[in-house]
Design a protein around this ligand. Sequence first.
Ligand code: SF4
Length: 370
Amino acid sequence: MAYMNMSQTGTGADKTGADDCGASAAAKSFKKLPRPSLLFTPELEAEMAPLYAKLKDVISPQEWRVHAPYIKVINALKVERNAVLLAHNYMTPEIFHGVADFAGDSLALAREAARSDADVIIQAGVHFMAETSKILNPAKMVLIPDQRAGCSLADSITAQDVRNLRKKHPGVPIVTYINTSADVKAECDITCTSANAVQVVEAMADQHDSKEVLLIPDEFLAQNVAKLTDVTVLTWAGHCEVHERFSGPQMRSFRQAEPDMKIIAHPECPPDVLEEADFSGSTSGMINWVQDNQPEKVMLVTECSMSDNIAVENPDVKFIRPCNLCPHMKRITLPAILDALLELKDEVCVEPEIAARARKPIERMINLNN
Ligand code: SF4
């Protein structure tokens, strides 16, 4: 099995090239808007006080003076542009709680994108998520606030790699984790997310009458899924650069220091991490677990911002916070979102033939879950 060294790959941002930017024509008719004032006035402070009361434990007063004017103008501009802002659970709290119209994991964002009737979708997440929104909304303008927001998993595999796998394993259905480019999705039978991977793998084995299923490109997700099913799961050696840094020995040492703490881990982590966990699930699954169980102390083994975002809604839970940041997610900031709305940049485009082929595996997944 091949593994593509991340240093040899791009961010996915260069995949927009000369693609289908059908919405670009519409963009030209959008009104030019003046750059709004970003002063933190006493009036603004008073108006935004209820939101800050919610966020004061995760955003300092100094940071709030910077964020509050952006939150105010971004929310006004979304109305002016008839835009919806879809935010992944790994966004920082000022985005997650301040400007998101909808926040969730990849599956929830894909569903929301499919339902959206806004003219403009702002994707506060990484490039493959914006591509998924565009594929499901070809006539809409999809903007990503920073084109460089890529993903190590998406960059670990190409469409040619998938064609090679198809030749090597004839008749074996190919499930792609949603963290892949449109080109890769176009070569696969169905997409999955960490929330539904076991269900999708089993459905594919059943439908194709196959004992084996290829689940690409996340090796650890595939190994973790393999433990929960009788289907033989073949995989690829892609990794998430955030989750691969957690380890079983690290978990045991945290547990020794905090014996009464619950550990909940994302399935992109290595299997020895999940062996130490009290629960494993998608980002939304992790949020629901904390809300439902209200543990006294909990450690979320995933990207840093999740703990901050959940802590706001769960004041009685103490969060132990090992911090692995996703540098790609962190490219999305309030100033970048403001620029995207003002200048209607950067539009994410997918070549129509690829989009048509990539839509099928995404829709198959959405239909499987409905
Ligand atoms: S957290 Fe991992 S999987 Fe998610 S965008 Fe960042 S690198 Fe990709």
